[in-house]
Write a protein that binds this ligand. Structure first.
Ligand SMILES: [Fe+2]
Length: 204
């Protein structure tokens, strides 16, 4: 530690008020955006910027639809009513958890490709292709129908996106669309629609 003329170390001569400034939180920080939505930061992953941009756009659409479906599961988990209440209440939450995992996988795939993942509710609402359900309560059969339709929309888009990213050479995104998005949604559709058979007490 360097000593000053009077023999005291530099740190010892620092006034208490200037030391406090170093540890006091600055709660008024502001900045411009450091990466705009839609821009790609090129990372050393062997993929061109053009390929990453195309994959990121497809993944962001999938992300917006998946977040919407995730939230629709929670809505229906809370609002379900009828003789199958307990069964549906629990199944909706299991499926919600599956969609939560998907959201993180898709969002992090976007970031690792150098893109920016959508996140906030207004941006999701503007981007999703899934129809908005009413705020109020609906019968369980209608909940199931709505969920099945949303799943099918995501499944169709995921198959198409998987083909596109495969053609462009982005094998990692192809894996996410097939192994994660497609497989999870196909499985959840099966569990949902088995509640809609003729013998089921779930009818609108
Ligand atoms: Fe709950």
């Amino acid at each position: 530690m360097a000593a000053s003329k009077d023999g005291k170390s530099k740190s010892a001569s620092t006034s208490p008020s200037s030391s406090i400034k170093e540890v006091k939180p600055n709660l008024h920080q502001q900045s411009h955006e450091t990466q705009r939505y839609g821009e790609i930061i090129k990372l050393p992953n062997g993929l061109s910027e053009k390929v990453c941009k195309q994959s990121v756009a497809l993944l962001n659409q999938c992300l917006a639809d998946t977040i919407t479906l995730r939230d629709m599961y929670k809505k229906h988990h809370w609002q379900v009513v009828g003789p199958t209440f307990n069964q549906l209440h629990l199944m909706y939450d299991q499926h919600y958890e599956g969609q939560v995992l998907l959201v993180d996988i898709v969002a992090e795939r976007i970031q690792l490709l150098g893109g920016v993942a959508l996140a906030m509710a207004p941006d999701i609402a503007e981007t999703t292709q899934i129809a908005r359900p009413p705020r109020g309560r609906e019968p369980a059969a209608v909940q199931l129908r709505r969920l099945a339709e949303a799943h099918e929309q995501i499944i169709i888009s995921a198959r198409d996106a998987a083909e596109q990213v495969d053609k462009s050479g982005d094998a990692g995104s192809n894996d996410v669309f097939v192994s994660n998005v497609l497989r999870t949604n196909e499985l959840q559709v099966w569990f949902l629609t088995e509640h809609l058979v003729a013998a089921s007490p779930v009818t609108a």
